[in-house]
Design a protein around this ligand. Structure first.
Ligand code: PEP
Length: 252
């Protein structure tokens, strides 16, 4: 019912030459994949090049952020209509690194989300607790606040296209993956929140990705869980061979 989505977040890595070589390599490796949706989110400067490089392949291209106004005097920002016009189809919103280093809040996440939907981009909204919050027993309260504030004001008929990424901050780039049990518990909690917000049918259509040190050796057990519909992959998406292994998770 929910097509798995494996998304790569390159963060701020690769030169133009490296990006081009990767695209050729990945496109060759995964040309036969159609049961899983594949997404690559490079830095803004390579978006258009990669849209062209992956043309005719199953790989879609997304941005790592999007601004909430469509146009105007906002030096340095990039809007949803601009991203659509160069062929991007997804936008990551509220990644924990943006929350941690660039002042992102649930309110700005919500503004970006509404702009992405308005502009025809599929938003991937990131939520997740820090280690301190988990140890203080606040995981569910943190996730609930991020989901309810981040997703407020969305029409139910648009909500089914949303993607939510559960990314416990303590697992991102640390090599510590949440166990499948921990991840499933949070995913199921998020699915419950989506039911409260949008009803059972729509909540059943929303894909919830897990993110946090996903690799070839842990993807299979994560994907075996009922509410884990894919992965948002940082470090392990930077190498085409290791990303291919994740895309070809076992049990599909
Ligand atoms: C991410 O960037 O969203 C991420 C989960 O990174 P990593 O896979 O490197 O932990």
């Amino acid at each position: 019912m929910r097509k798995p989505l494996i998304a790569g977040n390159w963060k701020m890595f690769k030169t133009l030459d490296e990006a081009g070589a990767y695209a050729g390599d990945l496109a060759r490796r995964i040309s036969d994949v159609d049961s899983t949706e594949i997404l690559v989110c490079p830095p803004f400067v390579y978006l258009q090049t990669l849209v062209q490089a992956f043309e005719g392949s199953p790989v879609k291209i997304g941005s790592q952020n999007v601004f909430w106004e469509d146009s105007g005097a906002f030096t340095g920002e990039i809007s949803a209509p601009m991203l659509r016009s160069i062929g991007a189809s997804y936008a990551i919103i509220g990644h924990s690194e943006r929350r941690q280093f660039f002042g992102e809040t649930d309110e700005t996440v919500n503004k970006r989300l509404l702009a992405a939907l308005r502009g025809g981009l599929t938003p991937i909204v990131c939520v997740g607790e820090t280690l301190e919050q988990r140890e203080a027993g606040k995981t569910f309260a943190v996730i609930e606040a991020q989901v309810k504030r981040g997703l407020s004001g969305i029409d139910t008929d648009r909500a089914s296209s949303l993607v939510v990424a559960y990314e416990p901050v303590w697992a991102i780039g640390t090599g510590k993956t949440a166990t499948p049990e921990i991840a499933q518990e949070s995913h199921s909690f998020i699915r419950g929140l989506l039911k409260d917000l949008f009803g059972d049918e729509t909540a059943g259509l929303v894909r919830i990705l897990y993110g946090g040190s996903v690799k070839g050796d842990n993807i299979d057990s994560l994907m075996a869980r009922a509410d884990i519909d894919g992965a948002l992959v940082g470090g392990a998406s930077l190498d085409a061979a290791s990303f291919e292994r994740i895309i070809r998770f076992k049990g599909q």
